[in-house]
Design a protein around this ligand. Sequence first.
Ligand SMILES: Cc1cc2nc3c(=O)[nH]c(=O)nc-3n(C[C@H](O)[C@H](O)[C@H](O)COP(=O)(O)OP(=O)(O)OC[C@H]3O[C@@H](n4cnc5c(N)ncnc54)[C@H](O)[C@@H]3O)c2cc1C
Length: 460
Amino acid sequence: MNYDVILIGAGPGGIFSAYELVQKAPDLKIAVFETGNTLEKRKCPIDGVKVKSCIGCKTCAIMNGFGGAGAFSDGKYNITNDFGGTLYQHIGRTKALELMKYVDSINCKYGGAETRMYSTAGSEFKKICLQNKLQLLDASVRHLGTDINYVVLENLFAYLKDKVDFYFNTPVRKLKKEEDGYRVFTDDADYQCRYCVASVGRSGSKWMETVCHDLNIPTKSNRVDIGVRVELPAVVFSDITDKLYESKIVYRTEKFEDNVRTFCMNPCGIVVNENTNGIVTVNGHSFEDPTKKTENTNFALLVSKHFSEPFKDSNGYGESIARLSNMLGGGVIVQRFGDLIRGRRSTVKRIDECTVHPTLAATPGDLSLVLPKRILDGIIEMINALDKIAPGTANDDTLLYGVEVKFYNMEVDLDENLETIHPGLYVIGDGSGVTHSLSHASASGVYVADHILERCGKLS
Ligand SMILES: Cc1cc2nc3c(=O)[nH]c(=O)nc-3n(C[C@H](O)[C@H](O)[C@H](O)COP(=O)(O)OP(=O)(O)OC[C@H]3O[C@@H](n4cnc5c(N)ncnc54)[C@H](O)[C@@H]3O)c2cc1C
């Protein structure tokens, strides 16, 4: 079977690439290969009753399938160059922002129009943060929420399904360069294309490494972010979350001069488990639907670590810390802030008596036995700094879940077109190591689609 363009992966990167190609050149023959299922068949078997922990499905319903890792996410589309990836380093700041806004307009068109766009522009919190040694990063954020995000994906799939050949439950095993394009191998057949776009996300990192190795595409190591998820009464952060929803705040620690930052803030949300290749870490999300809101807000506090010489495996370092927490807690550990600073573990009794009711059933324990001192000291300093702008953050009953780890793919060597050293082979989204977010991954998809259209003479 021959195609003009083959997209590998149906996450935000692949979806927005396909959408742009179909919109501007309906006559192109396009295929999307996806390891996971269609959206409606993506069901994680963990129900908390019969199945309580990960049973290692053939493909993970949370990470794989139409919508990619973002399908059940909080659907926060941050429009900024300050975080979420370094796409701007390849395509320029103005273009990156322009494309993120374009993606936002498509999300609105396909079901997100009623959701709110928040912005830090002109916010009085910037000054309050600076007066307390904290830096509030600039961003606009469209919060779709887990529910509307799902609706947008459903609508996008309905639009694309008859215009693109989707191959679900079809992992691409191998990619071969040919004289006039690329050959893609699956378990059952192989397919030829002129242009190939790999958009395999975090879950496809190992596969991407193999492809880069086989095709001699240079790569370099990336950072890993390690920390905890904080959960506290929503009212403590409501002044900030009501106006900004998601605030990215950075604190430079006094002791080690490390940067600690807030990440993925979920007002009135829930804390959830995340399973990456069998390692259980913690994450969070929230819903737009008022009936699904909780009385707690959660967010991550993360410290970045990047190893280069002689040890290069930043992800391996993060994995080892996560494994340690899994070994001690059988999964995610939860600890009261008061217990942490008193140097004692949390127990079932102390968590039961806690005034903050945990939204995730995690194992009460001691995070100081898991996290390196340098990281933990930074997190404690940051909680005390946040307490000055949101009094109550450093309360004894504030809950800390660990560990939260953000893994990043190794960075693939790409030019200003997000093209590899092999003409016509592009790598986009989180699989490239260039993006780490919904908006950047989606924007990279549109960008590459436009480049392909230009090459085919289809862009007027
Ligand atoms: C729980 C959770 C919450 C999140 N919340 C947010 C948020 O609110 N805001 C935000 O900006 N980001 C969030 N993120 C991150 C965001 O989801 C990712 O940055 C984004 O999905 C990256 O898009 P992508 O297309 O690059 O990759 P992915 O979404 O990972 O999609 C890649 C797809 O490729 C498929 N694939 C992999 N290998 C192959 C192969 N060999 N053959 C065929 N298919 C393959 C996978 O099955 C997957 O479906 C969240 C992530 C998680 C896990």
